[in-house]
Design a protein around this ligand. Structure first.
Ligand SMILES: [Zn+2]
Ligand SMILES: [Zn+2]
Length: 166
């Protein structure tokens, strides 16, 4: 995701607008993402501040993630912001660029990761899967007995069981 800054490379105080788009097919770096449904779009400005280049941009994309309760693939809109200094002098606390091109690939990748929700639900009311048989409870109830058993009663019950066996 390259931004050509040759026009402002030597022009202190000048800025330029850019718009880039990229399809992401390699999802290895995005552990919870099943698929990118739309290209990543990044729109912003680069400004030359005495040889340092401030990139300010907004980005967006759409991904598919699994519902954390029922595992159903769920569409998630991801939005992120970028504000980062780039320099070609190896100065600390700035990102580095070479020549007259700023490569935003890694900062965009990091920003997407930060922009991803921790937990996705297909619906606020999603009932999830039955912990016993795994049935999707949004499609109806199952026969499993999932009523909570108080551990104290459970031990009482096993006592009775012992009595029965004697
Ligand atoms: Zn769900
Ligand atoms: Zn069940």
């Amino acid at each position: 995701m390259n931004v050509d800054i040759s026009k402002i490379l030597k022009a202190n105080g000048e800025s330029l607008d850019f718009e880039i788009e990229k399809n992401i097919t390699d999802i290895e770096n995005y552990p919870d993402v099943c698929e990118f449904l739309s290209p990543v779009k990044v729109e912003g400005t680069v400004t030359n501040f005495e040889g340092e280049f401030l990139v300010e941009a907004k980005g967006s994309t759409t991904v598919v993630m699994n519902c954390s309760r029922c595992l159903k693939p769920t569409t998630v809109d991801v939005k992120f912001g970028i504000k980062e200094n780039f320099s070609n002098t190896g100065k600390e606390e700035t990102e580095t660029f070479l020549g007259d091109t700023i490569d935003l690939t890694s900062i965009v990748g990091r920003s997407i990761l930060i922009g991803l929700p921790m937990k996705v639900v297909c619906d606020e009311d999603c009932k999830g899967l039955c912990p016993i048989c795994g049935k999707d409870l949004n499609e109806g109830d199952c026969e499993c007995d999932t009523t909570y058993i108080d551990p104290r009663f459970e031990s009482l019950r096993s006592l009775f069981k012992l009595d029965e066996e004697v």
